[in-house]
Every structure is written in C-alpha cells, then in structure tokens.
Design a protein around this ligand. Structure first.
Ligand code: AMP
Length: 284
C-alpha cells in the first residue's frame, strides 16, 4: 500500500493503473477510521481492481466555529486499518496541497443544500462538493463510495455527478451502528462517558418515529414532535433539527404521502453534533 501526499504522485500512480485497464474505487474520508468507513472500503475492495482512500480533513467544509482544529487525526493508525482492509493507495494531502495560494474556484448548487444540515452549516456542502470534485479529478475513479449516514451529502454528490456529467458511479452504503444503535462516527470520540451513555437515545427516538409512520401516522409534525420529545426526555438540551423531507427533493413534507427521509442532528454536550436518519418507502 502506498501513502501519497501530493497530487502529482497520485496522478502518476493512477495513470499506470489506467494504462493496465484497471477499475478504480475511491473512498473519500476525513480519517479517524471506524467500521463505517471500513464497510465502504470493503465494498470498494470487492468491486474494483484498485482501491484508493483519501484521508483529508477538508478545511473548506468547516464553518469558523466548527471543529476543524479538534477533529481527530492519526494517519499511522488509519494506515494500519487500510492496509489490513486491502487498500492500494492512501492519498493524505496537506491543506496547502489541495488549496495552494491563489485557489479561488468552487463547486456549489442551488437546491438540496438549504435545509437539514445545510441550514446550520451554510458553507458545508460547497466545501464538500469542491473537495470531492477535486478528488474525482485527481483519482479519476470508476466508482466512489459514500455512506448513507451522511445522507444529504450522498444526495448532493449524486446530483452533482448527474448535473455535471461526471464519469463516476456513486455507490451508497448503509449506516453502520454500534451495538446500542448509535451510528458510528469519528465525532463519537468527543463524547464523555456520560454523553456516550445518553447518545443511543437518538437512534431509539428515530426508530420510534419510524414505527409511527409504519403503523400509519402521516402527519410529519406529530412524528417530529414524538422523536424530539424522546430525545429531550433524557436531558439532551439542544436539538439542531428533526426533519421529514421528500427523499428526492429534500424539501420538508407536511403529510407523509410518498418516499421520505427523516433526518436529525443533535448536540450532545458542548462539542459533539451527531446525525442520524432513516428512509421509508411509502406505498400509495
Ligand atoms: P467522514 O470521514 O466522516 O467524512 O466519512 C467518510 C465517509 O464514510 C462518508 O461517506 C460517510 O458517510 C461514511 N461514513 C461515516 N460513518 C459511517 C457509518 N457509521 N456508516 C456508514 N458510512 C459511514
């Protein structure tokens, strides 16, 4: 496995893969890898000749008051996990390599990014789109793997690839959870033992909301209130949002009449903002 830090080196490596006609899978990450990331890597490994993992805490997708500085980083640890998972190449650039002096181009969109996480993180998706675009141009993958845990991100990337006629297939992978239901996340490492003990309430509340809809509840407000009440009942004080949106447009729906996405973001303590979601097909 190669660990490369420059765009030039990666382009050279990828060129030799292309010359051999090899199929390339890319897994973009911010590192501090866990089983969620590893499930994407496994999927990539099974379906491609070569697997590249990018490890880059992308400053452009963090707001000024967000956790860019404190985000956990450990390339050595991540490299070991990648090696064990059969990764061929890690691309781990420094910010200056991705955004050299004079950098001033962005990729952005008008739809899909205004609600859900985009509301409290207004520049986040522009940063995600820009860096993913750059990674696609550098690695030129045939397939790229993203988790349904960041379901709005997955929708944004799929839309971007469609709108801009990009030659890459976007593969969504299911949410990997801890035994108690908490969605695995690098940010779970911010939780104190007390917060960690409370955190599974997010998935419990979402599961209760899902059950309500499955049993026939069609009023979004009632489901959202039930989910919020359960989360707040354990002493969590700040919910960013609980929303039910159309699964294609990501616009809020009042009545649940077609396929929906229910998503939430919850602050646990002072530093951790955790997200979760479920999708439901609604048969007319
Ligand atoms: P991150 O390093 O948090 O930017 O995540 C990199 C990729 O891993 C993204 O596509 C995430 O959606 C995906 N991912 C993170 N956590 C999970 C999880 N628990 N289950 C599935 N995919 C995940």
């Amino acid at each position: 496995m190669k660990i490369l830090k420059t765009v030039k080196e990666v382009k050279e490596e990828v060129k030799s893969w292309k010359e051999q006609g090899l199929q390339i899978g890319l897994v973009p990450t911010m590192g501090w890898l866990h089983e969620g990331h590893l499930s994407l890597i496994k999927n990539a490994r099974e379906n491609n000749d070569r697997v590249a993992v990018s490890i880059f805490v992308n400053p452009m997708q963090f707001g000024p008051d967000e956790d860019f500085d404190s985000y956990p980083r450990d390339l050595e640890r991540d490299a070991k996990l990648c090696e064990e998972a059969g990764v061929d190449l890690i691309f781990a650039p420094q910010p200056e390599e991705m955004y050299p002096n004079g950098f001033c181009s962005y990729v952005d969109m008008n739809g899909l990014t205004g609600g859900l996480c985009g509301k409290s993180r207004p520049i986040h998706f522009r940063g995600v789109q820009t860096v993913v675009n750059k990674l696609f141009n550098i690695v030129t993958p045939d397939n790229a793997y993203f988790g349904e845990k960041d379901t709005q991100q997955l929708a944004v990337i799929k839309r971007m690839v469609l709108d801009l006629n990009m030659n890459v297939k976007i593969c969504g992978c299911p949410i990997i959870r801890e035994e108690d239901g908490l969605a695995k996340s690098s940010r779970n490492s911010y939780l104190s033992p007390e917060e960690r003990a409370l955190a599974p309430i997010i998935n419990k509340a979402m599961t209760a909301g899902k059950e309500m809809i499955i049993k026939g509840e069609r009023d979004s407000a009632k489901v959202i209130k039930a989910i919020s009440d359960i989360i707040l009942s354990v002493g969590v004080t700040k919910i960013d949002y609980v929303s039910i949106v159309d699964s294609l447009t990501l616009e809020p729906v009042e009545k649940i009449e077609s396929d929906i996405l229910c998503a939430c973001a919850v602050y646990m303590g002072t530093s951790a903002r955790l997200i979760d979601n479920f999708s439901l097909e609604i048969k007319g």
